[in-house]
Design a protein around this ligand. Structure first.
Ligand code: ASP
Length: 338
């Protein structure tokens, strides 16, 4: 007769056998080539950001420096979807979220930060100079100023001012909480499957085979004041485990948080699934949770494993990611659920 202990053991063996499916075995076979240094980042803006990261990686620099300086390019670009030039919240203020993680599980994050140009660098200071992981709002701003970051003028970029004026005309200043049936990235904001996205996530591996990641955003345009998405949350918008890989997310942050998106992808990679298979499984999970509403949202996941293999998967077509390594510099269109 099988006792409970044996049953648990045999169930574990069965489930391990199940996990060692043909995909996992194929991944193991293909994983011996050295394919790093490498940097990958979300959306077209990633191409420029990758150039700055590559300058560091190709000179034997650290992945952590690469992912910080890479996304600083996007934070600086005027009229971009990220940084102080981006769309404000529904009260007309730009509020920024960012996080960073290195190869030793060190991590730092800032959220609801106003008037500071480089939230990613403040996140790094939180990681390196405090015993905390997250600082938010006026406390994060106070820390940034104390660290020497200049306080920028509170002024919207021309483009952001224009889209805010347009939004005010039609929105009726409706908070999303009165609108629970609507998804945050409603179909009208999905153009050709793209969304009015506001994030750059970057993951990299340096010449020493060490991984790091960064994620920075102004969050969803015209969000409720105080709203945070996945991007500053370690485990949701970004996760790095130097033995396994790194993952970052973009899209409707609420649905990434629900499944601890980036961390969930890493755990699948730990079990032997490839970056793409892992991203796909978590996107499937979100689609299942959302049911009919899945057609109205975009979430994209992008992952890199310890061998330098890259994979991604998203809900709607239209998400692309930028890749830079010794052999290529290109934009790749992600596979999607729909
Ligand atoms: N994930 C971001 C957020 O929910 C938005 C985006 O990626 O576009 O704040």
């Amino acid at each position: 007769m099988i006792n409970r202990r044996k049953f648990v053991q045999s169930a574990a063996i069965t489930s391990m056998a199940f996990l060692a499916d043909k995909d996992v075995l194929a991944n193991k076979k293909n994983s011996t080539l050295k394919n790093y240094p490498i940097v990958v980042s979300t959306w077209e803006e990633g191409l420029n950001a990758n150039k700055a990261a590559w300058n560091i990686l190709s000179n034997n620099g650290r992945a952590l420096d690469a992912v910080e300086q890479g996304v600083m390019v996007t934070e600086s670009s005027k009229n971009c979807c990220v940084g102080l030039g981006a769309n404000p919240d529904r009260d007309g203020f730009v509020t920024l979220d960012a996080c960073i993680m290195d190869e030793n599980f060190n991590c730092g994050s800032v959220a609801f930060l106003e008037r500071i140009k480089h939230p990613i660098s403040v996140a790094r200071r939180v990681m390196e100079k405090t015993s905390h992981v997250m600082l938010v709002g006026s406390g994060a701003q106070q820390f940034a100023i104390a660290e020497g970051f200049p306080l920028e003028e509170q002024k919207l970029s021309e483009e952001a001012q224009q889209s805010y004026n347009n939004w005010l005309k039609t929105s009726g200043y409706q908070p999303n909480k009165n609108n629970k049936e609507n998804e945050l990235f409603a179909p009208s904001t999905l153009e050709n499957g793209d969304l009015n996205h506001d994030t750059i996530g970057m993951i990299a591996m340096d010449m020493n085979g060490n991984l790091s990641g960064s994620c920075t955003t102004s969050g969803m345009g015209f969000k409720m004041r105080g709203r945070l998405g996945d991007s500053p949350i370690i485990g949701a918008g970004l996760y790095v485990d130097n033995e396994v890989g790194a993952c970052t997310a973009t899209g409707q942050g609420e649905d990434v948080i629900r499944v601890s998106g980036a961390h969930a992808v890493i755990e699948l990679m730990r079990q032997g699934f490839s970056p793409e298979q892992s991203c796909k499984k978590i996107i499937e999970r979100i689609v299942k949770i959302k049911g009919d509403k899945a057609k109205n949202i975009q979430v994209a996941l992008l992952a890199l494993d310890k061998q330098g293999n890259v994979g991604s998967f998203c809900i709607q077509p239209g998400f692309s990611f930028a890749i830079r390594n010794n052999v290529s510099e290109k934009l790749i269109v992600s596979k999607s659920w729909f």
